[in-house]
Each structure stands twice: as C-alpha cells, then as structure tokens.
Ligand binder design. Sequence first.
Ligand SMILES: Cc1cc2nc3c(=O)[nH]c(=O)nc-3n(C[C@H](O)[C@H](O)[C@H](O)COP(=O)(O)OP(=O)(O)OC[C@H]3O[C@@H](n4cnc5c(N)ncnc54)[C@H](O)[C@@H]3O)c2cc1C
Length: 478
Amino acid sequence: MSRTKRGPEVSGSPVDGSTVNGGISFWYAKDGVPAPREPLPGDATADVCVVGGGYTGLWTAYYLKKAAPFLNITVLEAKFCGYGASGRNGGWLYNGVAGRDRYARLHGHDQAVRLQRAMNDTVDEVVRAADEERIDADIHQGGVLEVAHTPAQLARLQAFHSVEIAFGETDRVLRGARETAERIRVTGAVGSTWTPHGARLHPAKLVTGLAAAVEALGVTIHESTPVTEIRPKHAVTPYGTVRAPYVLRCTEGFTAALKGSRRTWLPMNSSMIVTEPLSDEVWATIGWEGRETLGDMAHAYMYAQRTADGRIALGGRGHPYRYGSRTDNDGRTQPATVEALREILVRFFPTTAGVHVDHAWSGVLGVPRDWCATVTLDRTTGLGWAGGYVGSGVATANLAARTLRDLVQQDSGQAGATELTTLPWVNHKVRAWEPEPFRWLGVHGMYAAYRTADRRESTARSAATDRIARVADRLSGR
Ligand SMILES: Cc1cc2nc3c(=O)[nH]c(=O)nc-3n(C[C@H](O)[C@H](O)[C@H](O)COP(=O)(O)OP(=O)(O)OC[C@H]3O[C@@H](n4cnc5c(N)ncnc54)[C@H](O)[C@@H]3O)c2cc1C
C-alpha cells in the first residue's frame, strides 16, 4: 500500500523563537509523520499479536511472517509506528548490548562472547535487511568512535577497549590524541577507541520503511490503538480484544503504563538537538569525513551523528526521569536541557558557536532494575516480551526480534532450539523497581552524582574514576 504523508501537522513549539521543540522528533520534520493506519475495528483473533510498533515489534512481525507466511499476525500500536524511541533516537546502529558483562558473570564468559558475536552480526543484518527491503535509511557504515577528554576518561576508555577485545572484538582500534584529530577534531580529546561494528542511520526512515515492508508481507497493523491490558492470550484495547496464543509486548520505555507493569522497566528520558546544515567551512574545521557515530566516556555521556544532510545531531541525558514513570509529551524538552546539549556541542566543536539549533526533542527508553536487556517467552502463558535495552536498542531490537521469532517457532513446534534461543539473555528474570518516591530519588540522585563526578574529573589530574561515580554505579546496580 502506498502511504501519503501529512507533514504540516509536525509542529512542536519554539524554544528560542525558532528552535522547534518536540513535534515527536526532528526525524519527521521534513516529511511529516506517516498517515495513520486504521484502528482495530472490534474483537479479532490472530496467531500472534504484537503490542507496539517500534523496531522490536516490527522486526518481530517481519521475521515471523518471513519464516512462517501462513501465520496471521496483528500489530497493535497506540499512536503510529515509530512514535516511540524508534522514531526519535540518535541513529547509532551499533553492537553494544546492555548487560553483557553481567551475563558473563551469570553464565560464563563464553556465553557472553556468543551474545556479543550475535550483536556484531546484527549490525550487518540490519543493513542487509534494509537493503533487501529497499529501505533508504541514510545508512553509512563508518563504525563507532568514542573519545576521552580527561585522564580519568582516558583510563576508562583504555579499560573499555581491552574488555571489548576480550569479548572477541579484535578489530577494535585505540587511537591517541593526534590520530583522533586526523578523524575528527573534538576540542581537548586525548584519545579514542573505534570499532567497525556500527553505522549511522536515519531512525524514522528505518521504522517507517520497516512498517511498510511488514504490511507488504501481509501483517495487519492497527494504529491509534492503545492496549490497556495484556493477559494470557488477550490484548485488550478500548475498541475490542485481540485473542491470540502468543501476545508479545514490545513497548520498551512505555511499558510502565500497562496494567500491572508500573515497576517493570523504568522510562528513562534521553534528549537530542540538531543543528542547521553546517557550511563547508565549518565542516572543514571539524573533519569527521568517516561519519562515525560519536560518543564520549563521561559518566553522563553524549552521543552524536553527522547526518546525511550535513547537520550534527547530538544527544544526552537531560532531565532523566519523570515522577511516577510518566513519559514525555510528544518529545517536548526543557529549555535547560536544550541549552546543556548546546553547550556540549560548542565545547566539542567551538566553530559551531554561531550555528542555529533547528530542533530539540526527547524520548523514553526502557531500563530494567539490573540494567540488562532481555528477551522472554513464557511457555506456560504464551506471553513474550523484549526490551530493556538501556539506550542501545537500535541494533539490539533486531536481535531480540529474531530471538522472539525462534522462541515462538520452537514453542509452537515449527522449529527446534537455535543459536539464538540459547543466548544468555533469553528468559532472564529481574526484580521490579522500587516504589515512588524511592525510584525518582534514586535516578535523580544517580545522575546528579554522575554530573558532579564529570565536573570533578574535568579538573583532576588523576586517572582514577571519581569516587562519587563509583558509589553511584554500585548503588544503582549498573
Ligand atoms: C532520544 C533517544 C536516543 C536514542 N539513541 C539511540 C541510539 O543512537 N542507538 C541505540 O542503539 N539506541 C538508542 N536509543 C534507544 C532505542 O531507540 C530504543 O531502545 C529502541 O528504539 C526501542 O525500540 P522498541 O520498539 O522496543 O520501543 P519503541 O520504539 O519505544 O516502540 C514502542 C512502541 O509501542 C507503542 N506503545 C506503547 N505503549 C503501547 C500500548 N499500551 N499499546 C500499543 N502500543 C503501545 C509506542 O507508541 C511505540 O510506538 C535512543 C532512545 C532515545 C529515546
């Protein structure tokens, strides 16, 4: 089905008179959000019901339908496919997976290496599948570059580099200040680490292209259809109930709004800004020809990409969490956060001081109590879920989706166990978050501690990680 756009309705409100604030995200600013699909017309049945139309839900529907075309699959989406983090993220398609080191402690190093290898392959799989489906998502496989600014950050960077190599990433490269500057001129960078297992992409182009591909395969997608309750074999909405042997919850940062899930995954906020397209003169001062995704080793870290149309999109934590696990209002962002992100931009690249910030937005990602991403299918109830990617969901959602496919196929007798169904993150159990006000106090306290630690490290000569950050890591269970 060819789908028309409704661009004019993407209109956040201005921050400083001309920076658009919210409007879901900048990634929809040019073409608008997709025209809505029909809501659920009434009670229905399916073989598999997927709740949530982000990368997790859509990739799950995609791979299941490809593997078993006879399956009747329905996706229920509260707003529109790509409304959540999948249409708002920083576009880092990379091989990081939250919780790997804990999985190594729980299941052994070799099992965690299997998970890491699967993640390395996942970056290529997303690129391959997007290509096969002719989704033009501005993908550029330039790898991931992470820089250090202070002695403590450099020590962490070197330790991180060694750990990644120990997990099999032997193609990772460590660079000194001069070599780093040959790739990108970040003020004060004293070193960097680079991995080829990463790509920059346009998040909304990927998610809207994927939704169209899923629909073309014969999956039914209903939008503007919020699921109010998930229970075994039922997904309940205001318009009717979908009955299905398998109901898969793919709602990541929004999970807390579902009945009985308030303390399951914490909706952590992340915020972004994007500049106007930079002039050739400004780009000449920055370099960044390789278009690597860019991050740093601060405790309250930043992430950035050079977009296909020559802008810098840069994100960070901002206001980390809303009381009571509430989510944001269509991406609206506090002016103080916009200013803080702008300060990082100018600190990194002083020649952007006069550059206009065109758009600012926010979104939520899902954080489990032990900060470990998971994929689960409960074989007694047919309920499944995947998420808790802690900000590393662009690639991870794809691996999670292929794993959900294999778990459903195994459970229904269509296939046996696979390499994916035995990965250490499958069926991992985690305790719930604390009730309020402890949840709010804990998260805000942790980020206040990280910001203090970053400030103290910026003036310290020592290579040791600041004591405050070490305590915050221990208390938060990271
Ligand atoms: C600002 C930001 C930047 C990020 N940057 C990166 C990055 O650069 N790289 C990276 O790897 N990760 C990044 N992430 C994380 C990553 O985007 C997410 O982990 C990933 O997109 C999660 O995909 P998902 O499909 O599980 O969830 P989502 O994309 O959030 O999709 C969930 C969907 O479920 C729908 N929904 C919610 N509740 C219901 C309900 N009750 N009924 C029906 N539908 C419902 C929502 O409307 C939404 O469309 C970022 C996240 C944010 C917010």
